[in-house]
Design a protein around this ligand. Structure first.
Ligand code: NDP
Length: 279
């Protein structure tokens, strides 16, 4: 019988580490600050921004929110980002996705200075990750790596399969696992026989957005499964993996809710502190 990873415990110990680092910064008169930009009226996004702000308060990090209504024009949003880029008191700038439909996501994200790109979405930071240079790494894949480290998994030579190839999860995830010497395969919607790949994975990361896509017959005995998916079904959150179905077969699995999502927010704070430490 496999084990559901206690991600809450991992997050609590990360918080202790981060609080210590924040105290060290404050002793040097450095007060980390995060600017959050919200330009959509999506309920879930409001909750996510609220959670991020709450964590800032808990850890003793400064934050400020910029909220825009649906009449916002691209230029206005870009000007705010440009101002924040120049503001020395701001360490990190976060644009909560998705944006209102009339706004060009890539164009706006690319305006954030790579030095303040706390989400790690900027092409320069993604490029650095690709060539193995130290950089700000996208929060969700970084959180997955935190979980694997906490489990003391030696990734060298392991077969890692990632389902999903997005700019914010799948692709950076592949680079991170590759940097730890795993043999990495990335699957996506055009993959011919998904099961053929997933059932060979020692490490399986699923970031698709299809509830319970992964069932028992698709996982390897003793695999470690990281379920990134967040799907809202009848008001309840569900992952991309059918946890109860695969539990008896795997070694470890993360749950939804209470899994990877918890480490995503803590990775955001870790990125912010890393940027502030570079000041
Ligand atoms: P995207 O929609 O950007 O990407 C989804 C990926 O899944 C694409 O690469 C797509 O392939 C692939 N895909 C779609 N259907 C299938 C299928 N049937 N079989 C195999 N691959 C498929 O999503 P994100 O990466 O942004 O997010 C993925 C999931 O993770 C979502 O549920 C999201 O809510 C969640 N999420 C959770 C976070 C957390 O903190 N836990 C953070 C970010 C996201 P193709 O490229 O060919 O279209």
């Amino acid at each position: 019988m496999g084990e559901i990873v206690n991600v809450k415990e991992i997050v609590e110990s990360k918080k202790v580490e981060l609080k210590r680092r924040i105290e060290n910064l404050k002793e040097k008169r450095i007060f980390p600050k995060l600017a959050l930009i919200l330009a959509n009226d999506d309920k879930a996004s409001r909750v996510y921004v609220g959670n991020k702000r709450k964590l800032c308060h808990e850890l003793g990090v400064l934050e400020e929110e910029y909220t825009f209504d649906e009449n916002v024009v691209e230029e206005e949003l870009i000007n705010v980002i440009k101002k924040l880029n120049k503001d020395d008191s701001v360490d990190g700038i976060l644009v909560q996705l998705p944006l209102y439909n009339h706004l060009n996501e890539s164009k706006i994200l690319d305006c954030i200075s790579p030095n303040k790109d706390v989400d790690g979405f900027h092409p320069l930071n993604l490029g650095k990750l690709m060539i193995g240079e130290k950089t700000t790494v996208s929060c969700t894949p970084k959180g997955v790596m935190t979980i694997l480290e906490s489990l003391n998994v030696n990734l060298s030579g392991k077969d890692a399969v990632i389902v999903g190839r997005s700019r914010i999860v799948g692709k950076p995830m592949a680079q991170l696992l590759l940097s730890k010497n795993a043999t990495v395969t990335t699957c996506h919607s055009k993959t011919k026989d998904l099961k053929e790949y997933t059932k060979k994975a020692d490490i399986l990361v699923v970031a698709v957005g299809v509830p319970h896509l992964i069932k028992k017959d698709m996982v390897k005995e003793g695999a470690i499964v990281l379920d990134v998916g967040i799907n809202r079904i009848d008001g309840k959150l569900q992952g991309d993996v059918d946890t109860q179905d695969v539990l008896e077969k795997v070694e470890y699995i993360t749950s939804v809710p209470g899994g990877v999502g918890l480490t995503t927010v803590i990775s955001l704070m870790e990125n912010l502190i890393e940027i502030a430490e570079r000041r």
